[in-house]
Design a protein around this ligand. Sequence first.
Ligand SMILES: Cc1cc2nc3c(=O)[nH]c(=O)nc-3n(C[C@H](O)[C@H](O)[C@H](O)COP(=O)(O)OP(=O)(O)OC[C@H]3O[C@@H](n4cnc5c(N)ncnc54)[C@H](O)[C@@H]3O)c2cc1C
Length: 405
Amino acid sequence: MQVACGFTLLTLRKVLLMMKTADAVVIGAGVNGASIAFNLLKQGLKKVVILERYLVASGGTGKSAAIIRQHYSNEPLVRMMKRCIQVFSQFNEIVGGSAGFVNTGWAFLIPEGAVDAFGKNMSMQQSLGIRTKEISRQELQDIEPRFNLDDVAKIAYEPDSGYADPHLTTTSYVQAACSLGGEIVQCNPVTSLTIEKDRVAQVNAAKGSIATNIVVNAAGPWAGKVAAMAGLNIPIQVSREEEILIAPPPGEPPVRLVVSDMAKAIYYRPDASRVLVGRGYPKEYTYVDPDRFSGDTSFEFIDDAAGRLASRMPVFGNALVEHAYTGLYDITPDWHPVLGRTSVDGFFLAAGFSGHGFKLAPAIGELIAEEIVSGRATSIDISGFGLERFEKGRLFAAAYGGNRA
Ligand SMILES: Cc1cc2nc3c(=O)[nH]c(=O)nc-3n(C[C@H](O)[C@H](O)[C@H](O)COP(=O)(O)OP(=O)(O)OC[C@H]3O[C@@H](n4cnc5c(N)ncnc54)[C@H](O)[C@@H]3O)c2cc1C
């Protein structure tokens, strides 16, 4: 019995996979796998199947803060984000459905020690046409008067940035893919790959096998395990990442914009009536097996994150932490994703997003599809993101470290 995609998403009925061949199989229905599948179909492939171990957005995507900003240290990521802002802003026209994008504006609070790097990045971003500007403490306080900014040396402000809904974005991509003839099979882990003469030949999953010459590994924290099925070793470590949701004190609105606060090593944004808070670099990372990790958020994290927000917004000193949860990052040695073809013909990588891969997904989908359909990503050069960079020591350098990239 073959089940139409929307029907599968809605009912989660057990399906028996009948499709035996595909032009391409995408492993993983996180935001990147979903975007890649949609763009493969948009760029002309006919039979594209997404195989998902569990449910749509059940990996890193589902726990994402989904902050969308354009401030990066390396040109290719800035170029990608310029495109991503266009897609998030016109999601219904370009993809279909909604990403739940909220254009709050984004502020980046920089401590004294990072001022030089900040200046170089701002010039580079402006030269690439990003709408970003340095603003004064007073200008930021005009937007959010409750901030105490004593420890902030520089502030970048991006009026076009904000945040989105990670579940809605991913589901919209999957549904758009299905409307172009794609399919998704959930609760269907890929268990092995058949490789013949260094070329992908078949994907074997719990609900059946599919013959195909194109496989995209978009398995997020599990991407190392999937790559091993093709005989490849990709240097990805998986870390636990915790977040809290804080209810503002009575009568107070949530924070008015999205903030990456390097001075306090946290990020925060409005989440309906609440404030979402997570820790940014630098901090201690706990590395885990994605199939065996504790989902409990630690008391230390809850107290620490809430305290850091309160020191930025003293009015939140007595605010109630309502909810806490834990997700996973898939981290490469240089905190940049690993993208593109590999030494196994037909086996492509889109993984290792290192804690900042939600916002990149619209561009990643287009670029990986170009790489597959046209033989090379043409709209933005992604050749520097290949797996071989780790062996050759051509790692990306970043101005601020960690997931700020
Ligand atoms: C707490 C937290 C906060 C974050 N905040 C931000 C942010 O503010 N902005 C930002 O840009 N990014 C953020 N990120 C990072 C971002 O969410 C991720 O980089 C991105 O969502 C990864 O998407 P993905 O599709 O590559 O992987 P995932 O979402 O992890 O999806 C991989 C999918 O593959 C499936 N899978 C795995 N193995 C198999 C298999 N064998 N067979 C079939 N399916 C398989 C999994 O079940 C999963 O659904 C955050 C992440 C976390 C955890």
